[in-house]
Design a binder for this molecule. Structure first.
Ligand code: ADP
Ligand code: ZN
Length: 729
């Protein structure tokens, strides 16, 4: 492929902007010319917008009307690697090119000259006069340690007007400083000694060391606590020794701080950090340093994948099976899959780490597309927890209670020993349903087709779809009878009530994302639990991920059957992963762990597979079933989500699409639906879904593009295409 890479003044260039115009537009190269990948400012209508020189102009546009590029911005040009990756990603995920460019440039202040912006930091003097608004600003600053904010960002985070911030600056409680030049990050030293590796770990590190130095994917499978992190940190060390940059993706912000500490212990300095909790001025610095080579290692959330690395040599996707890698809004992409794609353009290695890999990755390893390295044993003395079911059909349990006598006994034994017990229930809030005992009405969200969840802690009903809240009513909105509304079923808050009743002397901690105001508060709670400041930990999904609680020796799963209901294609896989992850929290130090799963169907094949620990057998069986059904990863799927203010037009469009199915017929694809989505209304918009199934080798995206282009959408109807859907809601 030969591509022109420099354009002299006046030459026709095509510039991609982040504006929703669809395709790159033609301009004339400015004085001094410009180069492929240059970040430029171009006129668009009456405005000036940022864009990237995407190639030679295509000449479709009238030369006389061609406008000139305004100026070339003072940042390193986008490398071919990133530009080609974005183009391929746009094609694969069927996102507009403007949409993917937005992912790669979503950093305010990016194109200001250095020093042009003012930032605000915590000052020395407390203000003479304190107001509620001022307190909020100071709280945000304290929450972020010494970080500096832009004015608008700080005001927005604190929920106050910029004047409040300015006022505080006058009193000296806040320092107003010119943006310092974006400084490189401190050097990491891969020559510092790492931990002494076990023979298994050393073998894994050696296997990861690829002399070929270019693209390759490795599935690093190891039980929780086997030292996967230690192993991939050595892969990072190798990458740094070659002078290349490394990226580690984590599924959750709460995990970063422990990881940063481990990086500092290994390499003597902290890496760059990229996620929504990082301030805009720090994000700008990291973006620039990635491009200039001033940062060697970046730890971040999925969007870190779009940083303009100068020479990316390694991407680690930790907990690669985690569903939070799938972005479900805006551009719909799976960061794990896109990491593999980017690495293929960058000539980088990929390490997918997990104790319970996704079936996709397991199958790729079986097929020899990915290399696979196993760490079979936990590091050191600790063994994997023993796992058993508690058959709930044989337990005598009072109504409105959920902890079986057997589990109560085991928890008591742990507390007496000075150990910790964890009760796991993947349901936030107090009760999932509020029902009227007079008429049977269930309280739902006004904007969504979802039941409101009672959060007693906040004393409100909350919709988990749209976030809408309302006070808990005393009168039924349906029949008007007073005092008959009752919570049905348990959430973690209700479970906490039962725990306090049964174990009145125990110290109880509830870990649920909505009980903490900030990532920092959650982090502190996790830290103090790890220190032993709780006897019983009650947790939702967030406790399943990676946190280390050395004193924890018992995990009780309140409802192991929860994920098995419903018809989700991945229900078995998800339950298997979640249960094994949660169980893996127990017994991480010397004392042995025990995991007990409360179940009404302990003979269910998935529960049996979880208990037996025969993982390979589980995956083989699951793979065989999916192959027989022709579903991912053995077939391809795409979700079509139609949404709009009225239901009927959505079905009309669905019906029209079904009538004009020719392009899909030609690739042998099947259409299911249109049908109301399981959550049929979100934020007042109705949702109708279609599901497209095709063979693995079918050119699905091309056919979909032709197919949907046939129908014209009314202005208030949106059609979203979700390639490789993970969620069917
Ligand atoms: P995983 O990522 O597989 O869950 P970690 O890498 O977090 O496992 O290791 C689990 C625990 O064992 C951590 O506390 C880690 O520091 C410790 N550990 C692992 N390998 C070693 C080693 N070679 N030397 C000392 N400690 C180790
Ligand atoms: Zn709602």
């Amino acid at each position: 492929m030969s591509e022109q890479s420099h354009f002299p003044e006046g030459a026709r260039v095509s510039v991609l902007t982040t504006e929703p115009v669809g395709r790159p537009l033609d301009y004339r190269a400015p004085e001094g010319g410009c180069a492929l990948g240059d970040f430029v400012e171009v006129p668009l209508g009456p405005r000036k917008v940022m864009g990237v020189v995407w190639g030679a102009g295509d000449g479709r546009f009238d030369a006389a009307k061609l406008r000139a590029v305004g100026r070339v911005l003072d940042v390193p040009p986008m490398r071919d690697e990133l530009r080609l990756f974005l183009m391929r990603m746009a094609e694969y995920t069927m996102t507009s090119r403007a949409g993917v460019l937005r992912l790669a440039t979503r950093t305010p202040g990016l194109f200001d000259p250095p020093g042009a912006r003012r930032i605000y930091r915590l000052g020395a003097a407390p203000p003479a006069r304190m107001t509620e608004a001022r307190e909020k600003v100071l709280e945000v600053l304290r929450d972020h340690g010494g970080a500096g904010f832009y004015l608008t960002e700080l005001a927005q985070l604190a929920g106050v007007t910029p004047q409040v911030v300015k006022g505080l600056a006058k009193t000296g409680a806040i320092d107003e400083v010119e943006q310092p030049r974006d400084l490189p990050f401190p050097r990491l030293d891969p020559a510092l000694p790492g931990k002494d590796l076990s023979p298994d770990q050393a073998a894994a590190v050696a296997a990861l060391r690829d002399p070929a130095r270019d693209f390759g994917v490795t599935l690093l499978k190891g039980v929780t606590g086997s030292g996967k992190t230690e192993v991939y940190l050595e892969a990072v060390a190798d990458c740094l020794r070659q002078g290349r940059q490394a990226l580690v993706l984590l599924p959750e912000i709460a995990l970063t701080s422990e990881f940063l500490t481990r990086v500092e212990a290994r390499f003597g300095a902290r890496p760059g950090e990229w996620h929504s909790g990082v301030t805009q001025s720090e994000r700008r610095r990291l973006w620039r340093m990635a491009a200039e080579g001033g940062v060697q290692l970046v730890v971040g959330a999925r969007s870190a994948l779009f940083l303009p690395f100068r020479d990316l040599g390694l991407i680690v996707v930790d907990e690669e099976h985690d569903t939070s890698y799938k972005q479900e809004e805006g551009a719909l992409y799976n960061a794990r899959d896109m990491a593999v794609l980017r690495a293929s353009f960058a000539g980088a290695q990929v390490v997918l780490a997990s104790a319970t890999p996704s079936l996709e990755s397991w199958v790729n390893a079986e097929a020899g597309k990915y290399r696979r390295i196993d760490l079979a044993a936990r590091f050191g003395a600790s063994d994997l927890p023993e796992m058993r079911a508690i058959d709930m059909r044989e337990e005598r349990i009072e109504p409105q209670h959920w902890i079986s006598p057997t589990l109560v006994g085991e928890v008591l034994a742990r507390i007496r020993n000075g150990e910790q017990a964890m009760l796991f229930l993947n349901r936030r809030g107090y009760a999932p349903v509020t029902i009227c005992r007079a008429c049977g009405h269930q309280i739902g969200c006004d904007h969504c087709d979802a039941r409101m969840v009672e959060h007693r802690f906040q004393n409100r009903l909350v919709c988990h779809q749209c976030g809408e809240t309302k006070p808990i009513p005393t009168v039924c909105p349906n029949c008007g009878v007073e005092g008959r509304l009752a919570p049905v079923g348990p959430g973690v808050e209700r479970l906490a009530e039962e725990v306090t009743e049964r174990f009145p002397d125990a110290r109880v901690a509830v870990l649920s994302s909505d009980l903490f105001g900030s990532a920092r508060a959650l982090k502190e709670a996790i830290g103090s639990i790890a220190q032993g400041d709780a006897d019983i930990i009650i947790g939702t999904q967030i406790v399943a991920k990676g946190h280390n609680f050395p004193k924890l020796t018992l995990v009780g799963v309140i409802d192991a059957d929860l994920g098995l209901q419903g018809s989700d294609l991945r229900a078995a896989e998800r339950t298997f992963q979640l249960m094994r992850q949660v169980a893996g929290r127990a017994g991480r130090a010397e004392k042995p762990g025990l995991a007990l799963l409360q179940s009404y169907q302990p003979e269910h094949p998935v529960i049996r597979a979880i208990l037996s620990g025969e993982e390979e057998a589980f995956w083989r069986e699951e793979a065989a079933q999916r192959r027989a059904q022709g579903v991912p990863p053995f077939g391809r799927m795409a979700g079509i989500i139609l949404s709009g203010p009225d239901l009927q037009p959505l079905f009309d469009i669905g019906a029209e699409l079904t009538r004009r199915r020719g392009p899909l017929d030609r690739i042998g694809a099947q259409i299911f639906g249109p049908a109301p989505a399981p959550i049929a209304r979100v934020r007042g918009r109705h949702r109708v879904r279609m599901l497209i199934k095709a063979e693995k080798t079918a050119p699905l995206q091309a056919a979909l593009a032709v197919w949907v282009r046939q129908v014209k959408l009314p202005p208030n109807v949106r059609l979203a295409i979700d390639i490789d859907p993970q969620s069917f809601l």
